[in-house]
Design a protein around this ligand. Structure first.
Ligand SMILES: N[C@@H](CCC[C@H](N)C(=O)O)C(=O)O
Length: 271
């Protein structure tokens, strides 16, 4: 299987060009290629496929093989891939996802896409603002926001030092979230700047989460902690998120980077 390793703020996936390749067992393949010891090493697998409704389709799988409906860092890389590899020859494109069609503006420098702005669509509030929840015997307040995938946003201090490996899985599999959840832990610096760490459903801690950063911006505004445009600082870098309250759409701008190409054999017992 030919693949391209790409990353958006260190949220890295193995990308397969399914205009040319076929991946028969995507869940198993995602688990195999994501392994940093036995495979390529990534947060999951993204298949770039032809679409009848848009310029291409993004089909994404987490590290544990579960299928995701939307991926913010992934969709920027998909935009870069299809432009840089000549699948599209325009800088305004539409990408089909399981959460709907998303519009991308590709920002090109020296013939290659460097950054991408994505219209991430309408956010959906999925809990009360600051709903109480008890996790591992401790009380937290979270704000639920869907960006086409589920997020629970928790405000706290000391985000950089917290033990995410303990609390992250406990939120992910809490009975309040029957379909599991992505959880963002957020510290507000000022009204235009927050720090966030994420525990992703199906992948664990990642260096960044695009849909998570959008959910955080919406939750920050709903909780009166920031304005509607905010720089979200993640372990892998900064995403700029703007919630246009008038048309109720969220816009995400950030980088997309191609790391390397390769080829990997998929044996029966690997997948
Ligand atoms: N890293 C992604 C989100 C990937 C999917 C997520 N783990 C889920 O299962 O919903 C992003 O950048 O948005």
């Amino acid at each position: 299987m030919k693949f391209t390793k790409m990353q958006g703020l260190g949220n890295d996936y193995v990308y397969v060009n399914c205009f040319e390749e076929t991946v028969e067992h995507p869940e198993e393949t995602a688990r195999f290629v994501s392994s940093r010891n036995f495979g390529i090493g990534s947060d999951g697998l993204i298949l770039i496929k032809p679409s009848e409704k848009a310029d291409c389709q993004m089909d994404m799988y987490n590290l544990d093989g579960s299928q995701g409906t939307m991926c913010g860092n992934g969709i920027r890389c998909v935009g870069k891939y299809v432009y840089d590899h000549g699948i599209v020859d325009k800088t305004e494109i539409d990408v089909e996802t399981l959460a709907g069609i998303r519009h991308l503006s590709l920002h090109v420098r020296d013939g290659k896409v460097e950054t991408v702005t994505v219209d991430m669509g309408r956010p959906e509030q999925t809990s009360e603002i600051g709903e109480a929840i008890t996790v591992l015997g401790k009380e937290y307040a979270f704000t639920g926001v869907s960006m086409g995938n589920p997020h629970a946003v928790v405000f706290m201090d000391g985000v950089k030092e917290m033990d995410l490996k303990e609390i992250g899985p406990a939120f992910e599999s809490h009975e309040r979230f029957p379909g599991r959840t992505n959880t963002e832990f957020v510290q507000v610096v000022d009204e235009g700047h927050v720090i966030m760490r994420v525990w992703e459903r199906g992948s664990g801690e990642t260096l960044a989460c695009g849909t998570g950063a959008c959910a955080v911006a919406v939750a920050c505004a709903l909780n009166g902690k920031t304005g509607s445009q905010v720089d979200v600082e993640l372990l892998g870098g900064v995403l700029n998120i703007r919630w246009d309250r008038e048309n109720d759409r969220v816009y995400m701008t950030g980088p997309a980077v191609e790391v390397y190409h390769g080829e990997i054999g998929l044996k029966e017992n690997n997948v």
